[in-house]
Design a protein around this ligand. Structure first.
Ligand SMILES: N[C@@H](CCC(=O)N[C@@H](CS)C(=O)NCC(=O)O)C(=O)O
Length: 224
């Protein structure tokens, strides 16, 4: 898996009319929702690495039953790497990062790595854990929008001093937050002017080739 001739370009196949033939490929297969922010995270990591992989678009309106077979929570993203089946975007991303360490996205030293994991947890708790309420337009959606806006505004001053969330290097933390920053208009989250440094930071991520390549056609039109 992932082996190829020196200098040969990586195989980055996107399967749009999937036959869902689980794990039959020698390459890593990512089953990914075309508008799913969690799948988006995994696509970004795959495209940041110089390796072969296959992204398989999963149609939410016609979700194959096999997803429930390989993920007891019946959700995407799911990564299939031969015998290994993984779900949960952050767990998938750490696996890809360890399997293909260049460029390394988790910090190399244990202390900073532990801190990064804690920040990933906080990000789920404060931000991504509420996305379902926005996607499903639940009664709590407005409250959730205000909560997410406030948490994001708190982050803004940090980017007056550093380029990315963990310092001046792009890391897994930036990967994890990027799908939300890309979807602010889509989710109706309006940020005040004081969040300008955060949006400058977001543009820094959006201009990366890995980020651009990872966008699906449905995601491309989410941002004006
Ligand atoms: N915590 C999970 C969240 C995954 C998730 O919520 N995926 C959504 C799509 S964005 C899903 O598959 N929902 C089930 C459905 O819509 O049927 C992760 O990080 O991977």
């Amino acid at each position: 898996m992932g082996h190829r001739e020196m200098n040969a370009p990586p195989v980055r196949k996107v399967v749009r009319d999937a036959d869902y033939s689980w794990g039959t490929s020698a390459m890593m297969n990512l089953y990914s929702g075309t508008t799913c922010p969690f799948s988006h995270r995994c696509r970004i990591v795959l495209f940041e690495k110089q390796m072969d992989f296959q992204v398989i678009d999963v149609d939410f309106f016609n979700k194959p039953e096999d997803i429930a077979v390989i993920n007891p929570y019946n959700r995407v993203p799911v990564l299939v790497d031969r015998d290994l089946v993984l779900y949960e975007s952050n767990i998938i991303n750490e696996y890809i990062d360890e399997r293909f360490p260049h460029p390394q996205l988790m910090p190399p030293d244990p202390q900073t790595r532990a801190k990064a994991r804690q920040l990933l947890f906080t990000m789920e708790h404060e931000l991504f854990g509420h996305i379902d309420a926005l996607d499903k337009n639940l009664k709590t959606a407005d409250k959730v929008r205000a909560h997410m806006r406030d948490r994001l505004v708190e982050l803004a001053p940090m980017f007056l001093k550093q380029k990315f969330l963990l310092g001046d290097e792009f890391s897994m933390l930036d990967v994890a937050i990027a799908p939300l920053l890309w979807r602010l208009d889509h989710y109706g989250i309006e940020l005040p002017k004081s969040a300008a440094p955060l949006m400058k930071y977001a543009e820094r991520i959006f201009s990366r080739q890995g980020f651009i390549d990872a966008l699906t056609p449905s995601e491309k039109v989410m941002r004006r």
